[in-house]
Design a protein around this ligand. Structure first.
Ligand code: NAI
Length: 315
């Protein structure tokens, strides 16, 4: 397949390497030539990291890299392309302008079979594609950073996205080794942030109420719930937590689940004191100047986990 990545920042680079690793031809476009210059070096170093973890499927870095080229000629890139992944910053007006530009180019190049997917973390596609002639080709495909170690991608169609486009997007993402989850309709926050924010909000409330420290919340996840969450979700969890599976769990425990959930407080901004307390706890654990090192540590841990999960899948 011929793939266009529109925007060569943090996420665009990751998409480029994912598509190229799977054997596709990738054209990386950006309006800033300086961004493009830095992109290939960065992709090369990410590919080396994947190779040293055994996550390059036996390929040489140079072979993957040569499938990626940079371009500032968008017409040429879109001509004959199968799929475009937009990766510009999450600003509604920018997304509107970029998708209007892409719509016009689809018309001009006659490539009405291309899929136009946005990486947006929070903006539903209906917000920026409504007036477009080719809006049935548009949808959201939201990755999680860093997507070469975290495979889930949220696929969120707009009300006018063609079902074939949604199905083909799922197939394409599967084919590059990602794990697409397809939503039936748009919803604020999609899935990842709805689940993530529910937990974060309860963390704020517990710290604010003085029930526990910020570190206790993090330990509960990193040395507790998160251990199983790296290979099973909440429904798979409850299925194993009662002798008779989900049905049995619901009979035994749902009254307690509902009682506890009713005890959750109001959803509101945490107070400045709570934010200051969480910030102080975090700075004690990781000084501000060490945050970049800590991000590297996170990526190394994720790489090790990705290797472990790959090995488990092969058993
Ligand atoms: P970034 O700021 O690192 O990169 C954006 C790129 O877009 C830059 O290279 C910039 O030159 C280019 N750009 C801006 N306007 C342009 C235009 N009109 N034409 C062509 N290129 C243009 O942004 P990042 O972090 O890569 O985010 C991109 C998208 O990915 C956003 O929608 C974001 O929500 C989403 N995303 C980001 C994640 C993250 O952790 N950074 C995670 C998941 C999704």
């Amino acid at each position: 397949m011929k793939i266009v990545i529109f925007g060569s920042g943090l996420i665009g680079r990751c998409w480029a390497l994912l598509f190229a690793r799977a054997g596709n031809t990738v054209q990386l476009y950006d309006k800033e030539p300086a961004q493009l210059n830095g992109a290939l070096d960065d992709i090369e170093s990410k590919l080396k990291g994947l190779q040293s973890s055994g996550l390059l499927q036996g390929q040489a870095v140079a072979d993957v890299l040569k499938r990626i080229s940079t371009t500032t000629d968008l017409d040429g890139a879109i001509t004959g392309a199968d799929y475009l992944q937009e990766c510009v910053p999450d600003i509604v007006d920018l997304k509107r302008n970029v998708f209007a530009q892409l719509d016009a180019l689809v018309e001009k190049t006659g490539n009405s079979k291309i899929i136009l997917a946005s990486s947006t973390s929070v903006i539903p596609a209906s917000t920026f594609t409504e007036p477009l002639k080719h809006r049935s080709r548009c949808l959201v495909a939201h990755p999680i950073n860093p997507p070469h170690y975290i495979p889930v991608v949220e696929v969120v169609p707009a009300p006018w996205t063609s079902p074939e486009v949604t199905a083909e997007t799922r197939r394409i993402l599967d084919s590059i080794g990602q794990a697409p989850v397809v939503l039936n309709c748009e919803v604020e926050g999609f899935l990842v942030n709805r689940l993530q924010f529910a937990l974060l909000m309860e963390g704020y409330r517990l710290v604010e109420a003085g029930v526990c420290s910020p570190a206790d919340i993090d330990t509960t996840i990193s040395k507790g719930l998160g251990l199983r969450w790296s290979f099973m979700g909440p429904f798979q969890t409850i299925d194993l937590n009662a002798p008779g599976g989900v049905d049995d769990y619901c009979k035994r425990y749902n009254p307690g689940v509902v009682r506890v959930c009713k005890d959750f407080g109001e959803t509101k901004d945490p107070s400045p004191e709570t934010v200051a307390a969480i910030n102080a706890a975090m700075r004690e654990e990781v000084p501000f100047e060490d945050l970049a090192k800590r991000r590297e540590w996170r990526d190394n841990r994720l790489a090790a986990l990705a290797v472990h999960k790959l090995q488990m899948d092969q058993l």
